[in-house]
Ligand binder design. Structure first.
Ligand SMILES: Cc1ncc(C[n+]2csc(CCOP(=O)(O)OP(=O)(O)O)c2C)c(N)n1
Length: 283
């Protein structure tokens, strides 16, 4: 169980990451707010609690790996890597700019990024390869990967799901960001995949389901997953796309929407209100 202090730290970190995401998008630009912010608590819990990870051990063979299979949500990962000290904060101001380190999707040139992603459906295969290699090396490192619910339509992902179970890979934990909305509408109306829990279970995975905005539940599921033997594990995150912003929650328009000056101001106002609620006067 998380201490009260740790839980508060992670809640504050999740909010900080949302701030960073909003600032990275800025006025007049499009950015993946929705699918980044559904992951804020998970990314905070992974990088700042659950994973063996730090800016000082990016090349340590025993570090845990995180592969963002839904690579379009890179902004939230960039925010966490920056908060962890992997690169200077100025880089956040040059996202998607010519010559900037941080481009629209994760790339291996970025300190802390473990795999190139963005073409949906590939992250689980990449992660499985890493997990198998680590097992051969008898490494204690774990591999985490985060998929979207829209991404579940990709066939390659299900090949990897079968292979991971067939090879009894237990150092691999996948997350499914079940935010119910994809790029242009709800996952239900665009490509309905019912019974995700049952599907993954029948593919041989140990499945957990949590409130994806509750750091305690996320952390506890990661601990339980780590104890599972001879089976890969899936943590289904019940989340809200665009979580934290009244104009974006559950709204596909903010999958990769443009921020007007008014929307930017509103986003900042809502973040400030959330910060005050957490009892933080300033960063
Ligand atoms: C192979 C592939 N097809 C299409 C796209 C375009 N695309 C980018 S994001 C997205 C929707 C993804 O939805 P989901 O997995 O639910 O992500 P989330 O809502 O969590 O952001 C699509 C279709 C892509 N990146 N890769």
């Amino acid at each position: 169980m998380l201490s009260l202090e740790k839980k508060k730290q992670l809640d504050i970190m999740a909010l900080k990451l949302r701030y960073d995401v909003v600032n990275m998008i800025g006025i007049g630009n499009a950015g993946h707010l929705g699918g980044s912010c559904s992951l804020a608590e998970t990314i905070a819990t992974l990088y700042f609690h659950a994973m063996k990870f730090s800016a000082e051990r990016l090349k340590d063979p025993e570090r845990d790996r995180l592969v963002l299979s839904k690579g379009h949500a890179a902004l939230i990962q960039y925010a966490a890597l920056c908060e962890a000290g992997c690169f200077p904060r100025e880089e956040l101001g040059r996202v998607k700019k010519l010559g900037g380190l941080l481009q629209g999707h994760p790339d291996l040139s970025i300190p802390g990024i473990e795999a190139v992603t963005g073409s949906l459906g590939q992250g689980l295969s990449i992660s499985l390869g890493m997990a198998l290699a680590l097992r051969l090396d008898k490494s204690p490192a774990r591999v985490f990967t985060i998929m979207g619910d829209g991404e579940q339509a990709e066939g390659q992902l299900w090949e990897a799901a079968m292979a991971a179970a067939a090879f009894k890979v237990d150092n691999l934990t996948a997350f499914l960001d079940w935010n119910k909305v994809q790029a242009t509408g709800t996952t239900k109306e665009i490509f309905n995949i019912p019974n995700l829990e049952e599907k993954w279970t029948s593919f041989g995975w140990q499945v957990f389901k949590v409130n994806g905005h509750d750091v305690e539940q996320i952390s506890s599921a990661i601990e339980k997953a780590a104890a599972v033997k001879e089976k890969p594990q899936l943590i289904i995150l019940d989340t809200v796309k665009g979580k934290g912003f009244s104009f974006a929650e559950g709204n596909a328009a903010y999958h990769n929407g443009i921020f007007t000056a008014e929307i930017f101001e509103q986003a900042k106002k809502e973040l400030d209100a959330a910060r005050e609620k957490l009892g933080v006067s300033e960063w």
